[in-house]
Write a protein that binds this ligand. Structure first.
Ligand SMILES: Cc1cc2nc3c(=O)[nH]c(=O)nc-3n(C[C@H](O)[C@H](O)[C@H](O)COP(=O)(O)OP(=O)(O)OC[C@H]3O[C@@H](n4cnc5c(N)ncnc54)[C@H](O)[C@@H]3O)c2cc1C
Length: 384
């Protein structure tokens, strides 16, 4: 029987960040258990890598206000790169309702202390990106410290630092049972049994299955998202931010020598579907060429497109903190599309809650599991 102070189930970016933050806070006997032979085979390796503070709820803004400066100083802190590129996020509104919504979010973001966000007029957007079809753009909002990271590098950086400073990572080990015995857990894995007082569920889209091992029904559902990378393309600037067409949700960003196209199909239904649907290529290319006419000339190789899983909760906010039913069992789940950008804050919050029972980073009650039973859900509408 192996023993650990904390067992983290899942070695994606969230499990890795929690391991880093626990070790950095002095708790080194941390064991991360990952069922795959390599890290990053879950959602983290499928992510678009977007990081932004332009949210509509204060708690999401707060999580970004910790996470983005963290990514900006990642290499200094950890000695590994995360490839943070502060190219910004530009939301483009095509009607007054969307503009009013961006203005209301902007006020909240300023009130929370975000510095680099500003509203932009339609003419300014047309001037910045003459190749965008701008006839219907009434304005937008832009934050220059939003941008992109390389999720895989960040995940590996967190984990390597944690392991170099005392944590242990088991790969190729699946957690198969979690039993509470006399105040501590017995975690059965395909490698060895582990005894621990604290288990953290970091199983991404499989979080409900891991929670069920501890007898908990967790409202986290997998939802397929597909991304289409283009072949090298230089007719649109590679210094561009993430550009979001609010008329239909199409968004894109520069990636390598081409671009990465994203659009969340409203017809998608929950489930463990990770196959790429070839019909999606046509749907997304239509939207791409509608907003950026030169994208009519872009080439895509459908074999390079991919699908991954968002981990959705009923209110599109994560579930963080200790289970009210099973003390010692912690959740870091349900990021609803924001798990990469919020991984640094999640690591800090979970480390604080595990080690001290409280955190200053957010009002932890807002994101706890009890909110569903107590009808305290919070809705984030700035979803991508
Ligand atoms: C197409 C797409 C685009 C996205 N774009 C963005 C974006 O731009 N910005 C952003 O912030 N987020 C984005 N996301 C969301 C983001 O990728 C996720 O929220 C984040 O990666 C979740 O990290 P995680 O560590 O919780 O989960 P994962 O990376 O899925 O890791 C969970 C790990 O748990 C392991 N596991 C599961 N069950 C067990 C078990 N029983 N025993 C042992 N191990 C187990 C899995 O093998 C896996 O490695 C995107 C997601 C997708 C699919």
């Amino acid at each position: 029987m192996h023993t650990a102070d904390v067992v983290i189930v899942g070695g994606g970016i969230v499990g890795s960040s929690i391991a880093y933050h626990l070790v950095a806070a002095g708790r080194t006997n941390v064991l991360v258990i990952e069922r795959e032979t390599a890290q990053g085979k879950g959602s983290t390796g499928k992510s678009m890598g977007g990081v932004r503070a332009q949210f509509s709820t204060p708690v999401n803004i707060q999580m970004s206000l910790y996470s983005i400066p963290f990514y900006a100083s990642f290499e200094e802190r950890l000695g590994y790169p995360c490839d943070y590129r502060p190219q910004g996020y530009l939301f483009c509104a095509t009607n007054d309702k969307h503009m009013a919504y961006l203005r209301a979010n902007y006020e909240k973001q300023l009130a929370m202390g975000l510095k680099n966000v500003r509203l932009v007029a339609g003419d300014e957007i047309r001037g910045m990106f003459p190749l965008l079809r701008g006839d219907d753009i009434v304005g937008g909002s832009f934050c220059s410290t939003d941008g992109f990271v390389d999720p895989n590098s960040a995940m590996v950086g967190f984990m390597t630092w944690a392991v170099d400073h005392g944590a242990t990572l088991w790969k190729n080990a699946t957690v198969t049972a979690i039993t509470l015995r006399a105040g501590s857990f017995e975690v059965a894995t395909t490698r060895d049994m582990v005894s621990t007082p604290a288990v953290v569920n970091c199983a991404g889209p499989w979080a409900a299955e891991v929670a069920a091992l501890a007898g908990i029904e967790l409202p986290v559902e997998p939802l397929r998202r597909m991304l289409v990378p283009t072949e090298p393309f230089d007719q649109f600037p590679h210094t561009a931010p993430m550009i979001i067409d609010m008329s239909n949700g199409f968004h894109f960003r520069p990636e390598s020598r081409g671009f990465l196209f994203a659009w969340n199909d409203p017809q998608e239904t929950p489930g463990y579907k990770t196959d790429f649907d070839p019909a999606f290529t046509e749907k997304i290319l239509t939207r791409a060429a509608d907003r950026v006419p030169v994208f009519e000339n872009v080439a895509v190789n459908p074999k390079r497109a991919w699908a991954g899983l968002y981990e959705m909760t009923p209110d599109h906010h994560p579930i963080l903190g200790e289970s009210p039913e099973v003390p010692g069992f912690f959740f870091a789940n349900g990021f609803s599309g924001h798990g990469v950008m919020h991984a640094p804050a999640t690591g800090k919050i979970l480390s604080d809650l595990i080690l001290t029972g409280k955190t200053d980073l957010i009002d932890a009650d807002l994101l706890n599991f009890a909110r569903f039973a107590e009808a305290r859900m919070i809705h984030e509408t700035a979803m991508l």
